[in-house]
Ligand binder design. Structure first.
Ligand code: AMP
Length: 400
């Protein structure tokens, strides 16, 4: 069965077609600037590797974007499907499932309503995700669709990990609590990590460091997430590309007062103008530039990289304590998979755990590779995440 995986944002739509049995990627692409001038589609047939096609096409709305995706997939020359009937199901990435969704679910009217109900927890993402659901429903009315939530994997956290020490009424009335994000990635990578370490998933303590432009850490014990660094929103936790991560909440009011801003203005700065971008004095949010800056002696690039790695190391220490030990540490996402420099800097802090870095292995680039020495007390891996494959697997499991 072929699964169409859709990740729909307010002005973009990423897609992949994956064969569920072979787990082979057949096609992938991206629609950008939907509803704006200069909208375009990028499409790649991965089955025959016919290369990347790029076309500027007007896309006034997401229905048009989905119809262009479906035309590209069934195009006589470069399509990977003879007809749309070859799509067995559609898997949609939905950012926030609130407390209601602890697993992926087949989408029906009730599910759509429930996703709408938790939209105030992710006002930028959930409505956009639902636009993708509607557009696919309109063009493929008979095809089953599945919602795969970024938050679902973290719903196994115990109360002591997800409750904030605030008046309980905020939880009772508004469900203010830790949810966590990047759940499909943490789920996928923690399973892969246990597998490569030769441990049973339900008998393994794993710390997954998802280090991308958005970054989060999770503690996965015996197959269940027990803690994660992102909170009610993705702002909490690690220092990220442009997000501050953890800070003293009183800073918001302090800066708002000094700069004559509203709390919402400051939160927007914490999301969009902070993180390593801010610490590097505006040099870049991209670790390729930061590494280059670091190595050429830029003191702010050094500060940004050092603070980022220090924060990750603190979370690893904290989650080791939460689980009373750790068997495997996995690095994933753009920085975790590609930056041997950052991995080495983080591992420098882990001597107390008996972690020893294999410098040669760490320099290699592979989908899955061990970066600690064979006799390291805790195993450390770099593991490529594959959120689309995780969504395809979840979708297939529900519809087959
Ligand atoms: P993601 O959000 O997972 O797509 O990760 C994107 C981020 O990964 C970029 O902003 C970079 O900071 C980082 N990145 C990607 N490739 C490299 C690389 N070769 N070396 C260092 N950092 C990288």
């Amino acid at each position: 069965m072929n699964i169409l995986v859709i990740n729909c944002g307010s002005s973009s739509l990423k897609f992949q077609v994956i064969n569920a049995e072979s787990e082979k990627l057949l096609a992938k692409g991206l629609c950008e600037r939907i509803g704006m001038d200069g909208s375009c589609i990028t499409y790649e047939n991965k089955a025959d590797d016919t290369g990347k096609e790029f076309k500027e096409v007007p896309m006034p709305d997401h229905n048009k974007a989905v119809s262009l995706v479906l035309s590209a997939l069934t195009n006589e020359k470069t399509g990977v499907l003879k007809s749309l009937s070859e799509i067995g199901a559609v898997g949609h990435r939905i950012v926030h499932g609130g407390e209601k969704f602890t697993t992926s679910v087949i989408i029906n009217d009730e599910v759509v309503e429930a996703i709408k109900e938790v939209s105030d927890l992710a006002p930028l993402h959930n409505p956009a995700n639902l636009i993708g659901v509607d557009a696919c429903k309109a063009l493929m009315p008979g095809t089953p669709m599945v919602a795969v939530f970024d938050t679902a994997f973290h719903q196994t956290m115990p109360e002591k990990a997800y409750m904030y020490a605030l008046p309980l009424d905020y939880y009772r009335k508004y469900k203010v609590r830790r949810y966590g994000f990047h759940g499909t990635s943490h789920s996928f990578v923690s399973k892969e990590a246990a597998k490569v370490a030769g441990k049973a998933y339900d008998d393994c303590k794993t710390i997954v460091c998802h280090l991308g432009n958005g970054a989060s850490v999770s503690a996965v014990m015996n197959g269940k997430c027990v803690d994660t660094s992102m909170g009610l929103t993705p702002l909490e936790g690690l220092i990220m590309g442009t997000r501050s991560g953890d800070l003293d909440p009183a800073i918001i009011d302090f800066i708002a007062g000094k700069e004559n801003l509203t709390a919402a203005d400051v939160v927007s700065i914490l999301n969009k103008k902070s993180g390593v971008f801010a610490l590097s004095d505006g040099l870049s949010s991209d670790f390729r530039d930061l590494e280059e800056g670091y190595l050429s002696g830029n003191k702010y690039a050094k500060l940004a990289v050092d603070a980022f790695c220090y924060r990750v190391a603190k979370y690893i220490g904290s989650y080791t304590a939460s689980m009373n030990g750790v068997d495997v540490i996995a690095f994933t996402a753009g920085i975790g998979e590609n930056s041997s420099f950052v991995r080495a800097k983080i591992v420098e802090y882990l001597g107390y755990l008996g972690v020893t870095l294999d410098e040669e292995e760490n320099k290699k680039r592979a989908d899955v590779h061990r970066i600690a020495t064979a006799d390291s007390k805790v195993q450390v891996y770099s593991i490529a995440t594959n959120e689309e494959l995780a969504i395809a697997r979840e979708t297939y499991a529900l519809v087959k």
